[in-house]
Design a protein around this ligand. Structure first.
Ligand SMILES: C[S@@+](CC[C@H](N)C(=O)[O-])C[C@H]1O[C@@H](n2cnc3c(N)ncnc32)[C@H](O)[C@@H]1O
Length: 243
């Protein structure tokens, strides 16, 4: 049997999805508050930038993968308008439910679907744009998920992967200190859960760097991939075009 990483732990591949589910079942209720606290609100700017780069037009069809509480889904739905379609999807029921409730509160009737990115239940060439924000890192077979994302894109369609990345050198030490000392304490204080936020810090360190992720996207067939490094490399937005 093959093994993979869950944070810094080596686990059997068959176990990872269950462990990730445990994390998101636990954090769903406090997810939005913790996102604001942990990033000092920066996640809103990274997502706003992603929406700009997406450059959606009215009537386009969008698949938001690992959409969680639906920040991108909401922004995309406003851009594509009533003639367009945005699917709010996630593998985790608790996260999906939080997102669906927030979308409904905002008056958006966007379909919410329980969906595993590694086996997308959609026909080939169905979407103009696929997005995955802070989700790829948690997937067991990232190559399989990326290939699925490409499969469901129309020719010329774009994939946006927003994910934590590698910070530039002068920031590395303070960033590590913050991640391994402050994040778990904040998680304990606000959500009564230090372990999930320790996993967050560890999973970021185990995620492929920007150049490796770019190569992975090319390997599954994206003809063109651009990388936008943001906030000193804390996150990177990878844009792949199916061509
Ligand atoms: C950190 S949250 C990101 C939520 C949202 N996209 C955002 O940016 O705020 C990561 C999400 O990835 C989802 N996820 C993990 N593995 C997945 C998979 N194989 N398929 C779909 N979603 C997955 C989790 O359930 C979780 O909701």
């Amino acid at each position: 049997m093959s093994s993979t990483h869950f944070g810094f732990q080596q686990v059997d591949e068959s176990q990872k999805a269950k462990l990730v589910k445990g994390v998101f079942d636990g954090v769903a209720k406090n997810y939005d508050l913790m996102n604001d606290l942990m990033s000092g609100g920066l996640h809103r700017l990274w997502k706003a930038y992603t929406v700009q780069v997406a450059n959606l037009r009215g009537g386009e069809r969008v698949l938001d993968i690992a959409a969680g509480t639906g920040d991108l889904t909401r922004a995309f739905a406003k851009k594509v308008g009533p003639r367009g379609l945005v699917l709010h999807t996630d593998i985790n029921e608790a996260m999906l439910r939080e997102g669906r409730n927030r979308l409904l509160d905002d008056g958006l009737l966007t379909p919410s679907l329980l969906t595993d990115a590694e086996a997308l239940p959609f026909a080939d060439r169905s979407f103009d744009l696929v997005s995955v924000a802070f989700g790829l890192r948690n997937m067991t077979h990232k190559d399989k998920a990326l290939a699925e994302m490409r499969r469901v894109l129309k020719d010329g369609g774009r994939l946006l992967v927003l994910e934590f990345s590698q910070v530039v050198e002068p920031l590395r030490k303070p960033y590590d200190w913050y991640s391994f000392n402050i994040l778990p304490k904040l998680g304990q204080l606000v959500a009564g859960d230090a372990d999930s936020y320790r996993y967050l810090a560890e999973s970021i360190r185990m995620h492929p760097d920007a150049a490796t992720l770019k190569q992975m996207m090319k390997d599954v067939g994206f003809g063109h991939v651009d990388v936008h490094r943001l906030t000193g490399g804390v996150v990177a937005l990878h844009v792949g075009i199916r061509c």
